[in-house]
Design a protein around this ligand. Structure first.
Ligand code: GDP
Length: 422
């Protein structure tokens, strides 16, 4: 059996109607990931209606219709391959739970494609999504300047939009000169898989080449050990077995570990993955492990396991940078929503609103604002209502992000800048 290719999660971001769904459809179609029987079925229908040359559009429309009618089809998995990687397309920001899933690690994106329609250029959500990507720790971007067909494949217009997008990327902290910009038409397929003869002035990579050139995310093995606990089981003959995914660091059999905030500690007796005992666990491994002397009541979901000599930080207070995504009215000091960070869900109070930032530039707009509303970015001081592990993103990015939820919605996304420990 051939070795499995490395896997990347890909987010597709950008303003509404700029062509994100069409782009995903085009990727799947060009990568050969739409099942042939579905293509055949729609091609046949298109032919019967005399619309053969629009086979792709036909496939897209038909898939959309099926989606709308709630029919589950293979494409829903949204998996496609390039030569080097296999990709899963994760939901995009407008969708329910996207931010929460990214933060809790359920669908952390390794890279994002930002779709900007050439006729419109940069719009409100283009900026919001760039800021959000940064907050969520997506380090690799590809920019698709889409709908080039609707801009006469004009080089001048392309360059204008590239200029606009570069300005914003730079302000938010991305390096535009390290990011590929590609003129495409998702609809007609220009420069997605096949190099377009309509953009002779462009000699950069096609979309598939740019995806294939992404860097494989590094395994953070050299950071301190952190394993957020998803659950803890009692197994007869073994004892208490916490389960979770190693976020950072390496845990070996015999290591002395501690569970925070509770503080129970002991020596690792065994580590198990896929029902087999393993000598050590590395980032990305989903494991169950057994620690000498740890009982059922010493460990629970939301705890974090680390080495005794470098334990997870428990915050009495912490300072966070947040971006408010949606809120029906205004957020003021005293607001106490639920924070989701790694596997923990804990009510926390915003005890102080320190600074309001310009979400487009990150610059300070106002000191000590009285309230925050949707679209605002801010630095705030936060007090958990009970002990909680959170770490500065600068030190351990995987343990430094949080989503703020209330009323069944994700109100804000944020990252921890500093921690005042108990
Ligand atoms: P989303 O809201 O970003 O997912 O955008 P959609 O994929 O739903 O596309 C919005 C509209 O733009 C639809 O009518 C698409 O057919 C159209 N569209 C998408 N890509 C292209 C393109 O490359 N060229 C042209 N002319 N129209 C496109």
């Amino acid at each position: 059996m051939a070795a499995e290719k490395p896997h990347l999660n890909l987010a597709v971001i950008g303003h509404i109607d700029h062509g994100k769904s069409t782009f995903v459809g085009r990727l799947m179609y060009d990568a050969g990931a739409v099942p042939p029987h579905i293509i055949e079925k729609y091609k046949e229908e298109a032919k019967q209606k005399g619309k053969e040359s629009f086979a792709f559009a036909w496939v897209m429309d038909s898939l959309k219709e099926e989606r709308e009618r709630g029919i589950t089809i293979d494409i829903a998995h949204k998996r496609f391959d390039t030569e080097k990687y296999y990709f899963t397309v994760v939901d995009c920001p407008g969708h329910r739970d996207f931010v929460k899933n990214m933060i809790t690690g359920a669908s952390q994106a390794d890279a994002a494609v930002l779709v900007v329609a050439a006729p419109d250029g940069v719009m409100a959500q283009t900026k919001e999504h760039i800021f959000l990507s940064r907050t969520l720790g997506i380090n690799q971007l590809i920019v698709a300047i889409n709908k080039m067909d609707a801009a006469n494949y004009d080089e001048k217009r392309y360059k204008e939009v590239v200029e606009q997008v570069s300005g914003i990327l730079k302000m938010i902290g991305y390096k535009p000169n390290e990011i590929p910009f590609i003129p495409i038409s998702a609809f007609f397929g220009d420069n997605v898989l096949n190099r377009s003869d309509k953009t002779p002035w462009y000699n950069g990579p096609t979309m598939m080449e740019a995806l294939n050139n992404l860097k494989e995310p590094e395994k953070p093995s050299n950071l301190p050990l952190r394993i957020p606990v998803e659950d803890a089981y009692t197994i007869s003959g073994i004892g208490t077995v916490p389960v979770g995914r190693v976020e950072t660091g390496v845990m070996k059999k015999g290591d002395k570990v501690i569970f925070m905030p509770g503080g129970a500690s002991g020596e690792v007796k065994s580590i198990e993955m896929h029902h087999e005992e393993i000598p050590q666990a590395v980032p990305g491994d989903n494991i169950g492990w057994n620690v000498r002397g740890i009982g059922k009541n010493d460990v629970r979901r939301g705890d974090v396991c680390g080495h005794v000599d470098n334990p997870p930080k428990v915050a009495d207070e912490f300072v966070g940078q947040i971006v408010v995504l949606q809120h029906p009215s205004a957020i003021t000091a005293g607001y106490t929503p639920v924070f989701h960070a790694h596997t923990a869900q804990i009510a926390c109070q915003l005890i102080q609103l320190n600074k309001k930032l310009d979400p487009k530039t990150g610059q300070v707009k106002e000191e000590n604002p009285t309230f925050l509303k949707a679209g605002d970015a801010a630095i705030v001081t936060i007090k958990p209502t009970k002990p909680m592990v959170i770490e500065p993103v600068k030190e351990i990015p995987q343990l430094g992000r949080f989503a703020i939820r209330d009323m069944g919605m994700t109100i804000a996304a944020g990252m921890c800048m500093s921690v005042k420990q108990k």
